[in-house]
Design a binder for this molecule. Structure first.
Ligand SMILES: [Zn+2]
Length: 477
């Protein structure tokens, strides 16, 4: 016992005298002021909206990037004095923001954009989407739809997205080739789907898929159990066990509609989040999409378990699913981001529209215009969205040590003139077509509105070929 005491005393004294030895690895390194640094890319001029912890906005700023990482953020005058770069982007007169984070979508469903509108979720899913998927979804379909969605997202300044679909290995391949960051989940569901006939087959596919991509710089491979109402308890637990074994992220739809809540109560005697908690499904690798019908106690359960959430206002409005209690979640500092959901229920992948809608929907629903500000909506599309995806150490803000996912937007178009407030201008007046340059992981993938990793004309041609195939397949019945 005495020996242990002595050892503890020695350790504690060491920690008191040399705390940096132990803690320096977890601390953000101070920005270097070294002379003559070199960088791969220097962005100069413009207003840098950092979304760092002090939410700094730097006028006439600059950002230096090396090896895909942000190495300096500051004033242009300061950085250009001692940094030499291989490549420079002039952002004068523009806004420089963290890449937008789309926290929930089904990217290949871009090919079903407009196939069936103005229906509720159950009718839309069972009469149109599930049959259309059964007849049309192949690996090639997924690749074509993914490229279409990627092109649209890059044009709109989205640099990271969370996805749930089939043939997710092909989604990952296309995403990586396009240079976009993704948390990409293979869907696991009770009935036979295009790539796997049973949940057991899906789990085999998913394990292989995750092992293949787990060390990739851009792709975070994940499991995507569809929802509590489309998988048995036994299968949900098998998903959880595999996720635990692989230390992998889990994407799931939760409490999207009132019907789901009523069905789960009938079947399990608990509300969806209570049920997931009861079976031990929830942890800090889970991302719950929608969370429309969650009560205060369920929000607390999700928060306690470290679950992230994705709010999809436009999809929820279009399918009349309801309004998620986002203001209450923000009061609890909940890690909730914004998602477009698939293009079939939105019908676009614009995060600018999602921010604008989120800020307005909650005002009209609560009768209080102060309930969700433009600033809070912008946070949800950037740093809070990164927290929702459990990626806040990597992305979501422009600061030293983070990956260089940076978007430069025009700020002098008619709809943005005159300018008074940065977040108001970004959320209420800036649209996807104002995005000029997109950088992901330090690489420029759109320059002056020209996509550098995807062929837009070929994408449109391929998508239109599928349009005809999909129409024919639905006429077969
Ligand atoms: Zn969804």
């Amino acid at each position: 016992m005495d020996k242990l005491k002595i050892l503890l005393t020695v350790c504690c004294s060491f920690l008191l005298i040399f705390p940096q030895t132990f803690f320096s690895r977890t601390k953000t390194l101070p920005e270097k002021s070294a002379q003559n640094q070199t960088a791969d890319l220097l962005i100069v001029g413009g207003t840098v909206v950092t979304m760092d912890k002090d939410r700094r906005v730097i006028e006439d700023g600059a950002i230096a990037v090396r090896g895909g990482e942000i190495i300096r953020v500051g004033k242009r005058a300061e950085l250009t004095k001692n940094i030499r770069a291989k490549q420079t982007i002039d952002a004068q007169g523009k806004k420089i923001i963290p890449g937008l984070v789309n926290a929930h979508t089904h990217i290949p469903m871009s090919l079903f954009r407009g196939i069936a509108d103005d229906l509720d979720l159950q009718e839309w899913l069972t009469k149109f989407i599930f049959p259309a998927e059964a007849k049309n979804v192949t690996e090639d379909f997924v690749r074509v739809g993914t490229r279409l969605g990627l092109a649209e997202m890059i044009r709109g300044g989205t640099t990271t997205y969370a996805d749930m679909y089939y043939f997710e290995d092909a989604v990952a391949d296309e995403t990586f080739k396009a240079g976009v960051r993704g948390v990409l989940g293979e869907t696991i569901i009770q009935f036979p789907v295009p790539d796997n006939k049973t949940p057991a087959d899906s789990l085999i596919y998913t394990e292989k898929y995750i092992n293949k991509w787990k060390n990739n710089a851009l792709i975070i491979p994940a499991l995507a159990p569809h929802a509590p109402y489309t998988l048995s308890t036994e299968d949900l637990l098998k998903v959880k066990n595999l996720a635990d074994k692989l230390n992998a992220t889990v994407l799931i739809h939760v409490a999207e509609t009132r019907t789901e809540v009523n069905d789960i109560i009938k079947q399990y005697g608990a509300r969806p989040v209570e049920y997931l908690e009861k079976i031990g499904f929830l942890n800090d690798r889970v991302i719950a999409a929608h969370t429309v019908h969650v009560n205060d106690a369920e929000i607390d359960i999700l928060k306690r378990r470290g679950v992230g959430a994705a709010h999809c206002p436009q999809s929820n409005m279009k399918l009349a699913s309801g309004v998620a209690p986002v203001p209450a979640m923000l009061k609890k500092d909940f890690p909730i981001g914004l998602g477009t959901d698939g293009a079939a229920s939105n019908n676009d992948l614009s995060m600018w529209e999602e921010m604008d809608t989120a800020a307005k929907l909650h005002k009209v629903f609560s009768g209080d215009p102060k309930v969700l500000s433009a600033f809070e909506a912008f946070e949800m599309a950037t740093i809070r969205g990164a927290r929702a995806l459990h990626l806040e150490k990597l992305i979501g803000s422009i600061e030293t040590g983070k990956r260089a996912d940076i978007v430069i937007v025009d700020a002098d178009e008619l709809s943005q003139t005159p300018f008074y407030n940065i977040y108001s201008s970004l959320v209420y007046a800036t649209k996807a077509h104002h995005v000029r340059h997109v950088i992901i992981n330090g690489k420029v993938i759109m320059r002056d509105r020209r996509l550098l990793t995807l062929n837009e004309n070929a994408i449109k041609k391929d998508a239109n070929l599928y349009r005809q195939k999909i129409i024919n397949s639905l006429l077969e019945n």
